[in-house]
Design a protein around this ligand. Structure first.
Ligand code: 26Q
Length: 767
């Protein structure tokens, strides 16, 4: 029997009541670690390595307690001593080892892989500083380093270490492990994070995120690459990537040999899923290791690797597709550059007439995705529409070469974190209404039976109100932001990027502000909440943040409006903030320019917690709409086909939309006197000119429709019986988006972990 009081007495010679939250956190961390290490590690002949530059795992305490089945017991015992788990959790530093969706997906996948009892580890880097801390000052995004590696830590240093040979020096790695516990599974996997003992925070300029980018021994794992658009620091990025994959490859080979592989049969023992192209160097690295450290010929090594590596694409934005100058690769790892050149020769011989599939282009640029597709056995997109776009446009020439290697794996989210831990109130209510099987099978459709049950609809609303009150309390306590918990909570939380169109929602806010000034008072007050970080070098994204923060102050200062409309930008949006925001939202903003958002996963978290979605038909929104039906989602905007066509024909002209009577005053407001009085002229003018003259991601094209659909939504909110029914249907249909379903698909169609054979055992021949 667990007795926290006794443990506290033993450890600190205090009762639980007398212990500080910090002490209780330490006590619970030790308890979880002990229990975790009692659990055997998953085993099977073949093992998966999920290699990723990012794992946005979030805080671990609640999730681990939940997966061990201790959550309720611990919460009860803490409560009996006047303590709360939520407050204890505030002692935990959040590891922000990811930028956004791709990193969070990797974390959800680890949870599901362990829950399904599959033998699969994550492999990545132990960044000493996670993604920067975002601080708002003078309506601008500022940066502070995020030092998360404080004691006590969940990491355990192993005695595993490898030599990684760069061109100019060889470095020795150290491996740290994090336990990954399956939900009620009794076995565990690990997240394996490689590091360098020589890394030092002394090279960081005090209080900034600036450091000497050339001092590789001291900086290699110092920072998560903070950026998905900046081109500086390319060499460091290559150093990081090669260090990650060399360690991953050496680990996979060593473990396979331990399990009985003779290396020639490595593909029966190892499958490697690469999370976007960031780990693509693992292909040449495996070839290097097999041919130099083991007795495998080059030709055979290429075949082995082709049976091991599978690639997931997460974006169709051209600027996010990784390409490195061959000279940069040569400078960092000449041996790998040589192998890439050999692979390129093979492809050029085979496809002489198809320059768009070559590995190295005419400008001597290495295309990482091309390596991954040619020399892996599987390429997948992350939502149905995204995969279709890959096949029909972005990766069409590759799809024509290898049609059977392409597949879709629609993303998913772990229900353990995104409803069971984040929304225990809704969890308990669902348990009462439909039983607890959904904890494992994610089937929530039993709820549909209560679609017309007024009492149930009212109780769901009561839970939403509790979550709104908790959000309001949290924001006031931690950020000194006061929101009205009785208002409609309308949320857009995600990285700041033009294609996600935060600027379009900001334009809606201007419209609404002017409308309220004109005397049209909303029936229920509205709170629009933004959260998200912008890449430091992404100028227009900084301008969008500035616009929102300035507008927020303007509204706050306006006595006519502030009680009816509030605009809030949550600072330093991260997994912890997300856990408050998703359960409290009434409205989920999924308004990306159609064709641009590969999937989205926040859309799924909102739906699961009962928010209604305003959406373009983009990414996984398409599948949400199919599941709930058009009456239970608010769709608007141009279709993906129309947008793709506009880009192809250069057919979009923002001036045309700007000149419309309804739009011009809204856009002009950005540089009007009121905004200029509060904001920064350079930011506002640049953004204004960009929207008017360029608007590359077409914020104006859907603006009028967006205004109409949002106003319709606010109108519909007033009929609570109808609104709550829609909300119930969204919850009930969310089961498809369980990451357990996604991982089952990966395993059945790509990894084949339980049947012991690789996908293409002998069906590949030398050319
Ligand atoms: C590229 C080159 C150099 C440096 C960094 C990068 C880089 C870093 C991060 C490129 C892309 C990323 C992150 C991409 C990402 O998060 N994509 C999101 O993946 C989610 C999971 O599949 C999807 O749901 C989102 O739609 C997609 O935007």
């Amino acid at each position: 029997m667990l007795n926290l009081n006794e443990i506290a007495k033993e450890k600190f010679n205090k009762t639980l009541e007398e212990s500080t939250n910090q002490e209780i956190y330490k006590l619970l961390l030790d308890l979880v670690q002990d229990k975790a290490k009692d659990q055997p590690i998953n085993e099977s002949k073949k093992k998966l390595y999920y290699v990723s530059a990012e794992f946005l795992i979030g805080k671990l305490l609640s999730n681990n307690l939940l997966n061990l089945g201790l959550y309720q017991e611990v919460e009860n015992q803490l409560a009996a001593s006047g303590k709360s788990l939520a407050e204890v959790e505030e002692a935990e530093q959040e590891p922000s080892l990811g930028n956004g969706g791709l990193g969070r997906l990797a974390a959800c996948f680890l949870d599901s892989i362990a829950t399904l009892g599959l033998n699969g580890d994550g492999v990545g880097l132990n960044y000493h500083f996670g993604l920067f801390k975002q601080i708002f000052k003078d309506h601008q995004q500022n940066y502070a380093p995020d030092e998360w590696l404080a004691e006590p830590t969940w990491l355990t240093k192993s005695d595993i270490s490898f030599e990684v040979p760069f061109g100019k020096f060889t470095l020795t790695s150290s491996l740290y492990d994090l336990e990954v516990l399956g939900f009620q599974q009794g076995k565990r996997n690990r997240l394996r994070l490689f590091d360098l003992d020589t890394v030092s925070s002394d090279i960081i300029e005090e209080g900034t995120i600036t450091f000497d980018k050339t001092n590789i021994e001291e900086n290699l794992t110092l920072f998560l690459y903070p950026d998905d658009s900046d081109r500086n620091g390319n060499l460091l990025r290559i150093y990081q990537q090669y260090f990650m994959v060399s360690n991953a490859a050496q680990l996979a080979i060593a473990e396979a040999i331990e399990r009985g592989s003779n290396v020639h049969d490595l593909a029966d023992y190892v499958v490697i899923q690469i999370n976007d192209t960031h780990p693509t160097f693992i292909i040449p690295e495996l070839i290097r290791l097999l041919t130099t450290q083991h007795v495998v010929s080059y030709d055979e090594a290429v075949i082995i690797v082709r049976n091991i590596v599978a690639f997931t694409n997460h974006t169709i934005l051209a600027e996010a597709l990784e390409k490195w100058p061959l000279d940069d690769v040569k400078e960092v790892v000449p041996e790998i550059a040589t192998i890439i050149e050999k692979l390129d020769v093979e492809i050029k011989e085979q496809f002489a007439d198809k320059p768009n599939v070559h590995v190295i282009d005419e400008n001597n640029i290495v295309h990482m995705a091309h390596i991954a597709i040619h020399f892996g056995f599987s390429t997948n997109g992350v939502a149905a529409l995204h995969t279709e776009i890959l096949k029909e446009t972005e990766l069409k020439p590759f799809y024509e070469l290898y049609p059977e290697e392409f597949s879709n794996k629609t993303n998913g989210i772990t229900f353990r974190r995104w409803i069971m831990a984040a929304n225990p109130e809704l969890t308990a209510y669902l348990d009462e209404k439909i039983g607890t099987d959904w904890h494992l099978d994610a089937d929530l459709t039993g709820l549909l039976e209560f679609q017309k049950d007024e009492k149930v609809l009212q109780e769901l609303k009561d839970i939403k109100n509790i979550k709104k009150a908790q959000l309001a309390e949290h924001l006031e306590r931690t950020q000194d932001i006061k929101i009205n918990p009785n208002s409609i909570i309308d949320v857009q939380i995600k990285r700041i990027h033009e294609y996600k169109r935060q600027q379009m929602l900001a334009l809606y806010v201007i419209y609404k502000y002017l409308d309220i000034k004109a005397g049209n008072i909303p029936a229920t007050p509205i709170t629009i909440i933004f959260g998200g970080k912008a890449a430091p070098a992404y100028t227009i994204a900084q301008d969008i943040i500035h616009l929102i923060l300035t507008l927020s102050e303007l509204i706050e200062n306006d006595a006519d409006v502030k009680d009816h409309l509030q605009l809030v930008f949550v600072e330093n949006y991260n997994v912890g903030e997300a856990e408050y925001l998703f359960p409290a939202a009434d409205i989920s903003e999924q308004i990306s320019l159609a064709s641009k958002e590969a999937s989205g996963t926040g859309n799924m978290k909102f739906m699961l917690n009962g928010a209604l979605t305003v959406a373009t038909l983009d990414g996984a929104n398409v599948e949400i709409a199919e599941l709930v039906g058009n009456d239970n989602i608010y769709l608007f905007g141009r279709s993906s086909d129309e947008i793709v066509h506009l880009y192809e024909t250069n057919g979009y002209n923002p001036q045309y939309y700007y000149n419309k009577r309804q739009i011009q005053p809204i856009v002009d407001f950005i540089v009007g006197d009121e905004m200029m009085a509060l904001g920064n002229e350079a930011n506002l003018t640049r953004l204004y000119n960009d929207i008017k003259n360029k608007d590359w991601f077409m914020a104006l094209i859907d603006l009028i429709e967006f205004i109409q659909i949002k106003d319709l939504m606010f109108e519909d909110y007033e009929d609570q019986a109808v609104w709550q029914e829609k909300s119930l249907i969204n919850i009930a249909k969310a089961g498809f988006f369980s990451a357990d379903r996604t991982i089952e698909e990966y395993n059945n169609e790509i990894w084949h972990l339980t049947d012991g054979s690789s996908k293409k055992d002998s069906d590949i021949t030398l050319n």
